[in-house]
Ligand binder design. Structure first.
Ligand code: HEC
Length: 271
């Protein structure tokens, strides 16, 4: 008797699996072809309760950054409470750049300047701070380096070919890049992975790093304005749900204790 080999049957699950594998390989290949060496981010710890850091961050942000960026996630009038200072003290020390106290914080750049020089307004800082992690923001702010090939003369380690000028040059001094052979959109290229000091600024390195950290703390606090409230309310709300679960379980037990099962019924269905 000869053994008959049945023709190989293609199982539908095997077909689906093969298609899925093929799709994931081609996606991985597409991803690999645009791979870019990503420089390490500088770790940072921010403390949203640190009012001194928030005040310092607000001072620098409202005096340096709003020359170009808006910060539409907040109004001047909501800042004093967040910074732990009175309205009068806020107006005296930080001020509103000539805007009304109850205004949303907008860029101070007049539309004519925008049209003549930048064409597109830099993105809103609230949006930027929601999109990036504190470590990314901190690395970005501390990692501008001299690059004569750029129109502004500077480039940035975590934002290649950035259009923002190095507004910190007077404080931090200039920096030179630490380059390595890496990938940019899949092609071999020299990639900056860090910076080294080139000239001295008016601040020491530690002072500047603290200033950058304070700016990140302030931006993060504005962009996540309900975070502290969420941490405060979260445990109570989870506790409430746990309590409700226990009560619901007790009610369930109570109801089922009173339900008559078919064994206990004096009329027997189907008998
Ligand atoms: C002279 C105008 C100017 C000033 C002042 C300025 N910026 Fe910018 N900033 C820009 C421009 C223009 C861009 C857009 C860069 C691009 O898209 O290439 C930018 C981009 C950024 C980004 C990256 C946003 C992204 O798309 O991910 C961050 C973060 C940022 N700025 C933070 C700040 C902070 C914080 C300050 C204040 C210390 C500041 N900027 C001051 C012009 C400015």
């Amino acid at each position: 008797m000869t053994k008959q080999n049945s023709p190989p049957r293609r199982h539908p699950i095997a077909l689906v699996l093969a298609a899925w594998l093929l799709a994931s390989f081609s996606a991985a290949a597409a991803w690999a072809s645009v791979a870019t060496t990503s420089p390490p981010l500088k770790p940072i710890t921010i403390n949203l309760q640190d009012k001194a850091a928030l005040r310092n961050g607000a001072l620098y942000t409202l005096h340096m950054c709003t020359a170009c960026h808006s910060l539409q996630g907040t109004r001047y009038s909501s800042l004093p409470a967040m910074l732990g200072m009175s309205e009068a003290r806020f107006k005296e020390i930080i001020g509103t750049n000539g805007h009304h106290y109850h205004d949303v914080i907008t860029s101070s750049m007049p539309p004519s300047v925008i049209d003549a020089f930048v064409k597109i307004l830099p993105m809103d800082l609230t949006y930027i701070a929601r999109r990036h992690s504190p470590a990314w923001l901190y690395t970005y702010l501390t990692s501008f380096y001299v690059d004569p090939s750029r129109p502004s003369g500077v480039n940035n380690v975590v934002f290649n070919n950035v259009a923002m000028p190095d507004v910190f040059a007077p404080l931090q001094g200039l920096q030179k890049p630490v380059m390595t052979e890496g990938l940019r959109y899949g092609s071999p290229a020299k990639v900056a992975i860090g910076v080294e000091p080139l000239t001295k600024g008016s601040m020491t390195q530690a002072q500047f790093d603290r200033t950058a950290r304070d700016i990140v703390t302030f931006l993060y606090a504005v962009a996540h304005s309900h975070e502290q409230e969420r941490w405060r309310l979260g445990p109570w709300i989870i506790g409430l749900f746990v309590l409700l679960s226990v009560l619901t379980y007790l009610i369930y037990r109570l109801y089922w204790r009173r339900v008559i099962t078919s064994e206990e019924r004096w009329w027997k269905v189907g008998k």
